[in-house]
Ligand binder design. Structure first.
Ligand code: NDP
Length: 302
């Protein structure tokens, strides 16, 4: 029996683990992959104050810090949650656990384009993680879809690997941070194509062709051969485990800045929560808030 089980080992979960451990609560973090969540799928962190390191090193330090205060970590897939039970029950690929409080820090997954055939090319020419797969396309044409921080930030990383990086953005006013937009505009290896969407992808074993279309003029451009396609069109929250148990809004767990959800002793932290700004720092903040709220409520009920 744990006081607090944290589901998800990204920045929100790791921060919650640090605060819960320091509060001397018996704490378990369950994460299906390595610690760090989305953060470790980026090539570089520039806007986490005090940390200008490789994302994986930052994540490892966060985890070690939480462990030093007694928080435990388990690598497992959570398969089922009963959040209404008292205590709450967490079923995983490594067995079942009970907890008096649960912090959901399950984050979000990259959205797919939704094109026929797309799924078969994932990891075979089409990817969602430039720092993981970018090197496969060294010196080759690389296309990046999206107009947000991810698309622009990762294009700058990819421009170190290829001098033919093209950003395809569906609108004409990308929402990426101004600094990133300026750096993209100044980078001779990156071309920005506006008002454009990928409308078709094809290939045999791997992606070998696509068509993108200018939505204003209707002009279609065919790309064929050995190229990479990275898709950064936003995130979809990981909430399948809590469907029907918690109030959601547009797929995200409905919770305010206090991270409290529609059930007592259940908190939502980081990208999975309804919030305006999704950054590593705001996820870290959420994790701290959730752990403090859980601790206070557990102490009040003790
Ligand atoms: P965003 O949701 O910010 O941007 C998604 C982009 O994809 C938008 O330009 C959107 O276009 C476009 N898009 C959405 N759907 C489609 C589609 N079906 N076809 C084509 N284009 C589409 O996602 P990000 O992953 O960039 O960022 C997610 C969050 O993480 C943001 O809060 C961001 O600030 C944060 N982040 C921060 C970083 C940092 O601080 N260094 C790094 C990376 C992410 P449109 O604009 O027309 O809607």
């Amino acid at each position: 029996m744990y006081d607090i089980v944290i589901i998800g080992g990204g920045p929100a979960g790791l921060s919650a683990a640090l605060y819960a451990g320091r509060a001397k609560k018996k704490t378990l973090v369950i994460e299906k992959d390595l610690a760090g969540g989305q953060m470790v799928t980026t090539s570089k962190i520039e806007n986490l104050p005090g940390a200008a390191d490789q994302p994986s090193e930052v994540a490892e330090r966060m985890r070690a810090q939480a462990e030093s205060f007694g928080s435990e970590f388990l690598m497992a897939q959570v398969t089922h949650l009963d959040l209404q039970a008292d205590p709450k029950v967490i079923q995983t690929s490594q067995g079942a656990f009970e907890a008096r409080a649960v912090i959901l820090a399950t984050g979000a997954n990259p959205r797919h384009l939704g094109l026929p055939g797309e799924e078969q090319f994932i990891g075979r020419g089409l990817g969602f993680c430039a720092s993981c797969d970018g090197a496969f396309f060294f010196g080759r044409p690389i296309y990046v879809v999206g107009g947000g921080d991810s698309a622009f930030g990762e294009s700058l990383f990819l421009a170190n690997l290829s001098d033919q990086v093209t950003i395809l953005y569906r609108g004409d006013r990308p929402r990426a941070a101004k600094d990133l937009q300026d750096r993209v505009a100044q980078n001779p290896h990156i071309r920005l194509v506006l008002n454009t969407e990928v409308v078709e992808v094809w290939g045999d074993q791997a992606l070998s062709g696509m068509v993108y279309e200018n939505k204003k003029t209707g002009e279609k451009t065919k790309v064929e051969g050995d190229f990479g396609l990275f898709v950064y069109i936003g995130m979809a929250p990981n909430t399948s485990l809590v469907q029907g148990q918690l109030d959601l809004e547009k797929g995200y767990i409905l919770a305010g800045e206090d991270t409290k959800t529609s059930l007592p002793l259940v908190y939502a932290a980081g990208d999975v929560r309804t919030k305006g700004i999704r950054q590593v720092v705001t996820a870290i903040s959420d994790g701290a808030v959730a752990a403090i709220q859980a601790t206070r409520e557990l102490d009040r009920r003790a």
